[in-house]
Design a protein around this ligand. Sequence first.
Ligand code: SF4
Length: 332
Amino acid sequence: MVNPDPLLRVEDLKVRFYTLRGVVHALERVRFTLNRQETLGLAGETGCGKSVTARSVLRLIDPPGKIISGRILFEGRDLLTLDEATMRTIRGSQISMIMQEPKMSLNPVIRVGDQIAETLLIHERSLNRRTARARAVDMLAQLGIPDPARVARRYPHELSGGMAQRVMIAMMLVTRPKLLIADEPTSALDVTIQAQILELMKKLVREIETSVLMITHDLGVMAETCDRVAVMYAGEMVETGPVRSVLKNPRHPYTQGLLQTVPDKANPEHPLYSIRGNVPSLLQPPSGCRFAPRCEYAMQRCHNELPPYYHLEGDHQCACFLHAEKAEVIRP
Ligand code: SF4
């Protein structure tokens, strides 16, 4: 059961990258709320800004990137106003992040059990090494790893992809963070392992009452794991709402197109749909609605004005002028 109490609130986040080719307008007015014990999915095509959004929450945007404006309120505190030393204490202990490629994130020359124990020791200074190791083995057991004590003594290269991702999840959840950011956590794994890992993650997240920001381009994964979803297009948030409402009754033309691109398993001969045109360059994004050059409903105003967010039914919101007559504008 989701507790409607905001843990994370991102307000009008704007991120730019100052490259030799010009200024990349990577994120523009990104806004969403993640409640406690809730899983929010960030959806959209590759390059739409999902990972930049996640890294911004951890304040991990390196030069030439820069967070220009906005607020990232975590338990009411704006992370963008904290000094780096305070941010370091928050990363890992209160907000953890699981990456796509676990083997790239694990240290190749340290046994995996020691790596998990080390994470604990950094964040719980009163622990001794022996207790930390025992808790690392416990965590591996909770992730359904057979003979966890033996696996804890292995090096990352001795593990399969699925096993390495379980180790990574153990490492990120062992400190019982309040927020877990999972960036395409299973996209490098085959489908059966993917389902197992997602199931284990869901179980653990429920047990330790962690909120999850799940980044995925896989709408099937989203439907299975998320309570709410936020759809991004070309660095902007275009639609948010409860997962069932958005997936069953998408209200933004981009979300509608995105859902049609999912292959129909019941009808494999059916030709695949693709959204016409290309994703715009963020060096010179279109003025007005960024989806306008590809949108079959585009009106003149779409090319000149930025559509505001409209409040649809329930908690469903959408940035599209098609709702201007029937829905109320949400004020920032
Ligand atoms: Fe299409 Fe206009 Fe809506 Fe943008 S605002 S999605 S261009 S109808």
